[in-house]
Design a protein around this ligand. Structure first.
Ligand SMILES: NC(=O)C1=CN([C@@H]2O[C@H](COP(=O)(O)OP(=O)(O)OC[C@H]3O[C@@H](n4cnc5c(N)ncnc54)[C@H](OP(=O)(O)O)[C@@H]3O)[C@@H](O)[C@H]2O)C=CC1
Ligand SMILES: CC(C)(CO)C(=O)C(=O)O
Length: 301
């Protein structure tokens, strides 16, 4: 569900590998996909058009093995309502949203044995003509079930996604993967949105490195208090990006804000603050980032 930056990118790669994929989209996007295919603009600027099958909610029938959710958090509730008819007793639901809150909603709605946790490591955005624009060569999906007895076994999900067209990683502990990614992403998002700059410029300014480190520690403290301390190798990997003095890394949150689009502030930043508050973990820098994004939202036409 969703043929945007994430769903469009990975969905197209699956189609190119010969997988049987339908894209559940809204009517305007369905018309675009039917006319032009799913267009991907690569790092070298070249455009490939992949012919795909577009389905709209009114024509959705049950019988899917895997429903992949790749929508923004602010469209999540209505997207789930639209996708629900595709989810039968033997269907797995695999979201690739950043953050965590959607996981509880999916488990409540479909039951833990049908829900997978998913992390997308990619940098893509939607271009002006609806094309998917690759921003960096990173392209990995990490996924795993949240229950011990998933209706679709991990081996089957992995066989469907592991096509060689991107890195596909089957995870033993998907919930930990989600926390690891959330801490990384929320830190990078809070830093780059507050400072309105890619991370390298922040870290090379006086006081910038102390700032990015302090933001990371707030998020990591919430993860630890929630029972999911960040693993040391992930901490080191995250630190190489979050603490880099020459990286041009940003996030989808930053790209949405600088592009004048709605932002996932509540899901990515706000939820971390709420969880911190309920666990007695202070998050003043995240509160500032949250305020910054709310003020930005209030100023959008
Ligand atoms: N972009 C990135 O680099 C990364 C993003 N993420 C996360 O992935 C998630 C998706 O983000 P992204 O792909 O960037 O978002 P986009 O806005 O690019 O794509 C979301 C797509 O979902 C579609 N959609 C929303 N609601 C519905 C609905 N009810 N029916 C059909 N289609 C629907 C939208 O369709 P329409 O065109 O009709 O509005 C849109 O094309 C977010 O949580 C984000 O944080 C994670 C890693 C990297
Ligand atoms: C991994 C990262 C930071 C890549 O852009 C991301 O998830 C996002 O931007 O939403």
């Amino acid at each position: 569900m969703g043929a945007g930056a994430v769903g469009g990118y990975f969905g197209a790669r699956l189609v190119q590998a010969g997988r049987d994929v339908d894209f559940l989209v809204r009517p305007a996007r369905a018309a675009l996909l039917r006319e032009h295919g799913l267009r991907l603009r690569g790092l070298d600027g070249s455009v490939e058009a992949v012919p795909v099958t577009a389905v709209t909610a009114d024509a959705l029938t049950p019988g899917y093995d895997l429903v992949v959710l790749a929508v923004k958090s602010y469209g999540f509730d209505s997207a789930v309502a639209d996708a629900a008819p595709a989810v039968g007793p033997g269907t797995a639901v695999l979201p690739f949203l950043n953050g965590m809150r959607h996981m509880d909603a999916l488990v409540d709605r479909f039951g833990a044995d049908r829900v997978y946790g998913g992390v997308a490591m990619v940098q893509t955005s939607l271009g002006e003509e609806g094309e998917i624009v690759e921003v960096s060569p990173m392209s990995e999906l990490i996924y795993g079930p949240v229950s011990d007895s998933p209706v679709v076994p991990l081996s089957a999900v992995h066989a469907a996604l592991d096509t060689g067209t991107f890195t596909a990683t089957a995870a033993k502990d998907a919930v930990q993967e989600l926390w690891d990614k959330w801490v990384f992403l929320a830190t990078l998002g809070a830093c780059t949105c507050l400072m309105r700059s890619p991370v390298g410029r922040i870290n090379s300014a006086r006081g910038g490195r102390d700032f990015s480190r302090a933001v990371f520690e707030e998020a990591a403290a919430v993860a630890a208090a929630s029972g999911h301390p960040i693993r040391s190798e992930v901490r080191e990997r995250s630190d190489r990006v979050v603490g880099s003095a020459d990286s041009a890394a940003t996030t989808s949150l930053y790209r949405d804000m600088t592009g004048g689009n709605p932002v996932e502030a509540d899901h990515v930043i706000g939820d971390l603050i709420v969880r911190g508050r309920s666990l007695g973990v202070p998050t003043p820098l995240f509160a500032l980032a949250d305020l910054h994004l709310r003020v930005y939202e209030a100023g959008r036409p």
